[in-house]
Design a protein around this ligand. Sequence first.
Ligand code: EPZ
Length: 422
Amino acid sequence: MAAYFLVKGEQTVKGRITINGAKNSAVALLPAALLTEEKVKIDNLPQITDIDKLLDIMRSLGASVSSPGGRCLCIDGANVDRFAPPGPLVNQLRASYYLMGSLLGRFGRVEIPMPGGCDLGPRPIDQHIKGFTAMGASVEVGHGLVKVNTNGLRGAHIYLDVVSVGATINIMLAAVKAEGRTVIENAAREPEIVDVANFLNAMGAQVRGAGTDIIKIQGVKKLYAVEHSVIPDRIEAGTFMIAAAATGGDVVVEGVIPKHLEPVTAKLKEVGADVELGPDFISVKSRNGLTSCDVKTFPYPGFPTDLQPHMMVLLTKAPGISLVTENVFERRFCHIDELRKMGARITLEGRTAIIEGGRSLSSAPLRAMDLRGGAAFIIAGLMAGGDTIVGNIKYIDRGYERIEERFQEVGVSVQRFEEGEN
Ligand code: EPZ
């Protein structure tokens, strides 16, 4: 049965919330665990469906996964003996592409269907392939399958034509056990990349420069057991920060790394919210009214594309014209049509959405088309007059852990129903 959220309108997000582990780190750390035959313990994992699916894939390859409790999992990859993850599972999530790097590092070969994921426009993997090829792999792409073979990977100098999180991490995974030195130039600098590099280094890898645009990796023969805790999810934190500013609320997100949220705090200050930073928390308090502003998404440390829909929703309330330019994904705008149903005035010119703000939203039945757009609809529902139904929430569950309960923690009514209930 399809589930949906019922979001009560005209509510104010208020309270404190402790942020979960980062989805986009976790989905790379788990495949990375297969680079060793020894046991790996990863803590602070978010409980989301993308992780469940990834674990199913890893089990199908021979990994055993046990849970000592809480948000911790132990991965034992000793018996992993397959290099061809099953298509139907792989197709369900984008992050399955990290199995390319990790299985290449482990076995020197991999056969994997083209990865799935949210539809944000074209999402090629040419830069991943460019990296593997430079390291001596032969790559065949055809019939929806990527086949990579090598006679042992060799370190290489790789310049990424596009700043890509996925390609940077995948090349890092393939390179840690390659012979010699790999240099990735024009690397992505996201905090999740640093988290993965720290994890690999704790396993015995030699990765230097993660977090800058040049990453140097000296290959090692073997990687060892490790215990690691996932960094906090800056996108989950940003979701609640924006929700507070958009609903005239007041929230403290706790357990965060404030530095990771700099682009978000800067924009929230610009729209007129009071933002205070502590060592591991950020408080966002809405003052009277919001000011329009322009937002341009860019790779880190730019404003994150993963918070673009949420920010667009907020800007529907700010009087005046705001421009939101999406520079990372060509077509990450599926949320606009749904927001129009709520009375938002948004037009799209190329990659820029023009928002005529200062209008109240009214409730409408909405359907999530992707993970972040879906979460942004909950914020829109909280701002709107009347109750909003958000359907197709399987997308939201992929990357937010029980988001309805999280919103309840900050004092608003978002309820999950199965179709036919209520
Ligand atoms: C990661 O996707 C995240 N996913 C995305 O989060 C995030 O939006 C994105 O990085 C940007 O921050 C995961 O970490 C699993 P990219 P990824 O490679 O790796 C182009 C979310 O909602 N490109 O950095 O797929 C690409 O088309 C998700 O949590 C190439 O042209 O993103 C895009 O325009 C959605 N060739 C740009 O680069 C390539 O080989 C950035 O993509 C690779 C990418």
